[in-house]
Design a protein around this ligand. Structure first.
Ligand SMILES: *Cc1c(COP(=O)(O)O)cnc(C)c1O
Length: 466
């Protein structure tokens, strides 16, 4: 055994203790962490021939990078849609690394990891109040979940022509309809050979809405003249967290032949709150659903799920068949993730989610979700009352979309706000206007964080005017 490896093995307790203490220190002080850093000036060094051991690496990491780590999982990081990490999810994540299992096949001897993954899927269906006629599994993020769901949809589309696209490639133009698809769904279309330009864009409802306009949708469907199509709908758009009308779409499902996909990366969590569950009414009619766990579930990155109706199991197996490696097991057995999802070898990604779901239950997630919504509303109220800002849409859930009355100042405002490094928001364009979004998903965010956010916003605005 290599000398450094041998030393580290003997020194394991010290190594993990050091990392643990550093982790605790970070987590205790996360609210004070800067939310952004200015230009990076770290030099690149080449790989040494002899290593410096685990402790040496930790020391070097601390010298080079630690101070540059931002509080992205902290309470005032409101950019994109980022979550955080609940304490229990960290236990699960650490243990997933330590156990280093490969959840893949039911035939694996003496390996419980696939059972843990399936049970976690079961718990998630309970959390969202979804029927258990979906099969699911973990992928790295909602981008991969959209990719996976749309890959099965593609196979379904081919079957309408008695074609097997998985085996023979795409031979028909695939009809895709959507109103406000997330950029990652469009990226999935390009990865799938469907083509990112090949989306028939449907209008949205009038006013500040981002939900699909139902009459326009039906008109587009009629234009297809009975051809099959794939509908990508939204449970939570990134700007305003708007939802398509799922009850109405369910009714269309009775009349027309289409695959219904819902991107509910974060919006699905509305199901955790009795006052907001109505936004998802009818969603159980969808053929496939994307949900991100590293957002509102507040587990570490590398976590999203795919839900596809069990009745489509054969299509999914056709799509992800890995049978060119016969030693890997019988593809027709119960779920074997090897033939069911894009990856072959996989991390036990379900473990952080399992820990967090078990630790906090439905109540815990109701509290996390409702707290975030309350924070978003408070920020929305502040923006409405402040004469420098304009709220661009009512706060529907957890995202606040706003601009400055003088839109020429938006970019300057945002740069100054983010550079102060106490709060982080991201730019967007909403209905042609330069705008800013603040998204509340972190379980830690509280009213004093919000006070600080509003203070920072006021300060920047005052300086812009002088
Ligand atoms: C974040 C997000 C995605 C992409 O998720 P990743 O986890 O970043 O891959 C897809 N759809 C929606 C609606 C999102 O909010």
């Amino acid at each position: 055994m290599n000398k450094q490896l041998k030393e580290d093995l003997q020194n394991l307790e010290v190594l993990l203790e050091e990392a643990k203490n550093q982790g605790i220190d970070y987590l205790h002080n996360i609210a004070e962490r800067q939310t952004s850093i200015q230009t990076l000036k770290e030099s690149v060094s080449s790989l040494r021939s002899g290593g410096i051991g685990g402790l040496g690496a930790l020391q070097l990491f601390n010298e080079k990078f630690e101070r540059l780590i931002v509080g992205a999982s902290g309470p005032r990081y409101l950019g994109y849609v980022v979550g955080g990490t609940t304490p229990a999810s960290i236990i699960g994540d650490w243990l997933a690394t330590i156990y280093d299992q490969n959840p893949q096949t039911t035939q694996a001897q003496g390996d419980v990891s696939i059972v843990i993954e399936k049970q976690t899927i079961h718990l998630l269906l309970d959390l969202f109040g979804l029927p258990h006629n979906y099969l699911g599994g973990f992928v790295t993020g909602a981008t991969m979940s959209n990719f996976t769901c749309l890959a099965v949809a593609r196979q379904w589309f081919g079957r309408n022509f008695n074609k097997d696209y998985a085996k023979n490639g795409i031979s028909e133009k695939i009809n895709i309809l959507s109103a406000v698809p997330h950029s990652s769904a469009i990226k999935a279309l390009s990865m799938l050979g469907i083509g990112s330009n090949n989306v028939i864009m449907v209008d949205v409802e009038e006013g500040e809405r981002e939900a699909i306009h139902l009459q326009s949708l039906e008109q587009q469907i009629i234009k297809l003249n009975g051809q099959a199509f794939i509908l990508i709908s939204s449970a939570g758009t990134v700007n305003t967290a708007d939802f398509d009308d799922f009850e109405a779409i369910s009714k269309l499902k009775e009349k027309y032949n289409f695959w219904w996909h819902i991107d509910g990366a974060f919006g699905a969590f509305a199901a955790c709150s009795p006052q907001h569950r109505h936004l998802l009414k009818g969603w159980e009619g969808a053929d496939s659903i994307t949900i991100d766990c590293h957002k509102w579930l507040n587990v570490p990155y590398d976590s999203a799920v795919v839900f596809v109706k069990e009745k489509h199991k054969v299509l999914q197996l056709e799509t992800f068949q890995n049978s060119n490696a016969p030693y890997l097991g019988d593809p027709n057995a119960d779920i074997n993730y090897l033939n069911f999802l894009p990856e072959n070898s996989r991390r036990l990604r379900a473990l952080p989610a399992w820990f967090s779901l078990v630790a906090y239950g439905k109540e815990g997630y109701k509290d996390i979700v409702e707290n975030a919504i309350q924070m978003a509303r408070m920020l929305g109220d502040f923006i409405e009352r402040n004469e420098s800002f304009e709220l661009l849409a009512p706060v529907n859930l957890n995202n606040v979309c706003f601009t400055l009355k003088d839109t020429a100042n938006v970019s300057n405002f945002l740069t100054t706000l983010n550079n102060a490094a106490k709060v982080f928001m991201t730019p967007t364009v909403f209905k042609g206007k330069q705008a800013i979004r603040a998204s509340f998903v972190n379980w830690r965010t509280n009213e004093s964080d919000l006070e600080m956010v509003m203070d920072e916003m006021r300060k920047v605005v005052i300086n812009l005017d002088t």
